[in-house]
Design a binder for this molecule. Structure first.
Ligand SMILES: [Zn+2]
Length: 140
């Protein structure tokens, strides 16, 4: 996804329902097709939005900008499609945001900073995350 800003690549992968850690050479024909359409739709959506803002003369601030995004910059906020809290993964100095229900089949990608902190407690899927949160809420 090089050449496209980090924000848009998060949005494109969410729309394509693909994991942020997949490589393009691992995609099958159907997934490539999804990625292609998602790229085109996401970029034309944002071109329209930015044009609209330029016309109105009131450029939105960064917060409003991010509210329009599905997953980028929205760690822990609900996915607009399924309501699952958006997760993040740090990879090669990039922070990527994704929805585990829409994009990784419920699997949480290992976030280096978090997995170091939690060691064996690190949840491997959504059910374990929810269980961990339940246990935490009880102990507070
Ligand atoms: Zn989702």
């Amino acid at each position: 996804m090089s050449g496209i800003g980090n924000a848009y690549s998060d949005e494109i992968l969410h729309r394509a329902r693909l994991s942020p850690l997949r490589r393009t050479d691992q995609l099958d024909a159907e997934e490539m097709e999804r990625l292609f359409h998602a790229t085109r739709e996401t970029l034309s959506l944002w071109i329209d939005r930015l044009r609209g803002q330029a016309k109105s003369g009131f450029p939105e601030n960064v917060t409003a900008f991010r509210q329009n995004m599905a997953v980028h910059g929205r760690f822990r906020m609900p996915c607009p499609d399924c309501g699952t809290p958006v997760q993040k993964v740090v990879y090669a100095e990039n922070e990527m945001n994704y929805c585990p229900r829409c994009q990784t089949g419920g699997k949480l990608l290992a976030d280096r900073s978090l997995s170091r902190l939690l060691h064996d407690d690190w949840p491997r899927n959504l059910e374990e995350l929810e269980e961990l949160q339940r246990r935490r809420n009880k102990s507070v």
